[in-house]
Write a protein that binds this ligand. Structure first.
Ligand code: PMP
Length: 405
């Protein structure tokens, strides 16, 4: 199937925007993707026609809202190939999903147990485990990152042992774009009986969210990086693990029976969904996934690879530019520094030319320290970006370089 980037772009109204009279070149997709019209329409449609609280209403709107909300859960189930819909828990995003797991984990660990995370994790998938270790007396070990920006697999294997109870790693690094061998890493952790959490915040956005194929116990992601709305995300957990997992927030919906002194808990997934859920955004995320899944996956991957290859070629020819992260397997992320200036200045001067990139530590301070940089400028590509936009980035960067020189 051919990939018509113009037809894709036409579905994203924001891409028609101008910044100070210049066409917007949006290259900050690892932070959040833009939303196609069908996702925006799904939100408006829900609030226009069916807004109601779910599960407990005795009227038509409540029925409709509940049906659409639960249908969106089914869409997620299919998308991540979860064995059961009950394993799909709505959260506010990756960060909350990880915190739910950590909150339970800290009560299950004993002093001396070990958790493994990595030197390339987003703070959401590192600080959380630091806290879980502090609360439980467990010890945090981290997998080092190689000069190319890959996880050191030899060191990883050496860290695993009988004391390893939990392992967490990113499917894809948001800061460098590195695609990690999550299936193989999961398999190795399983040889020691450890539970495995895969941070799919960046991986799910590329359609690599098959939890049965990966073999992990928890898979987490955010809707807003997957062409869906902000404020909605997913915690997938294996039923056999989740059903014994300590409850998280308490309140309505997550209970089965309540007396003045005691309560019992609802079944999955509601056990972890206290309070009124984010119905509209869940429905719109379902729409985003349907939209994304309707595209030919191989063509999407090939298009993003072409963008990365072109950007990498131009970056290598660009005097004074150093790419941070040269992994063999990468998504469309180009993280770089310029000899001439601080990343924050690069971001500011690119913005003046209509080009949106992210600068800073990308919520990965240990990774920045590993590469001895204060931060990087990061251009991250999505399916609606074009080769011409990559060219525009480098034309603009030339101006930045001369301004900073
Ligand atoms: N992990 C990774 C790899 C990410 O890229 C992000 C978002 N930048 C997060 C976790 C946190 O996601 P959120 O802010 O949507 O909770």
């Amino acid at each position: 199937m051919s990939f018509d980037v113009t037809a894709i772009r036409d579905q994203f109204p924001i891409l028609k925007r101008e910044i100070d009279g210049k066409p917007l070149v949006y290259l900050d997709n690892a932070a959040t993707t833009q939303k196609p019209q069908c996702v925006i329409d799904a939100l408006v449609e829900y609030y226009t026609t069916s807004n109601s609280n779910v599960h407990r209403g005795a009227h038509r709107l409540a029925d409709e809202a509940t049906r659409c909300f639960e249908a969106a859960r089914d869409t997620v189930k299919e998308f991540i190939n979860a064995p059961k819909r009950e394993e799909v828990i709505w959260t506010t995003g990756t960060t909350e999903s990880i915190n739910i797991v950590a909150h339970g984990l800290e009560t299950l660990l004993s002093p001396g147990d070990e958790i493994i995370a990595t030197g390339m994790d987003h703070h959401a998938n590192l600080v959380t485990w630091q806290q879980a270790c502090k609360a439980s007396g467990a010890v945090l070990k981290t997998v080092p990152v190689t000069d190319d920006g890959e996880l050191d697999q030899v060191a990883y294997e050496a860290l695993l042992n009988e004391k390893t109870k939990f392992v967490a790693f990113p499917q894809v690094s948001n800061a460098l774009g590195t695609i990690n061998p999550v299936k193989a890493m999961t398999k190795k952790a399983k040889e020691f009986g450890a539970l495995v959490l895969v941070d799919g915040a960046q991986g799910a956005a590329h359609g690599w969210a098959d939890v049965q194929e990966i073999g992990c116990d928890f898979y987490v992601f955010s809707g807003h990086k997957l062409y869906g709305p902000m404020g909605i995300g997913v915690l997938w957990g294996r039923e056999s693990v989740l059903e014994d997992w300590p409850v998280w927030r308490t309140g309505g919906e997550m209970i089965s029976t309540v007396t003045l002194q005691e309560s019992t808990w609802n079944v999955l997934p509601y056990r972890f969904e206290a309070g009124t859920p984010n119905v509209a955004d869940a429905i719109a995320l379902g729409e985003a996934i349907r939209w994304f899944s309707s595209l030919d996956h191989d063509s999407v991957v090939a298009h993003e690879k072409a963008l990365l290859d072109h950007a990498t070629k131009l970056a290598k020819e660009f005097d004074g530019l150093t790419i941070v992260g040269n992994a063999k397997e990468k998504i469309g992320v180009l993280s770089f520094v310029l000899d001439q200036g601080h990343p924050a200045d690069i971001g500011f001067l690119l913005d003046r030319q209509g080009i949106a990139v992210r600068t800073g530590d990308h919520c990965a301070q240990p990774l920045m320290a590993r590469f001895n940089v204060p931060g990087t400028a990061r251009a991250s590509f999505a399916i609606y970006n074009t080769l011409e936009e990559v060219d525009a980035l480098f034309v603009a960067l030339k101006k930045v370089r001369s301004m900073l020189a």
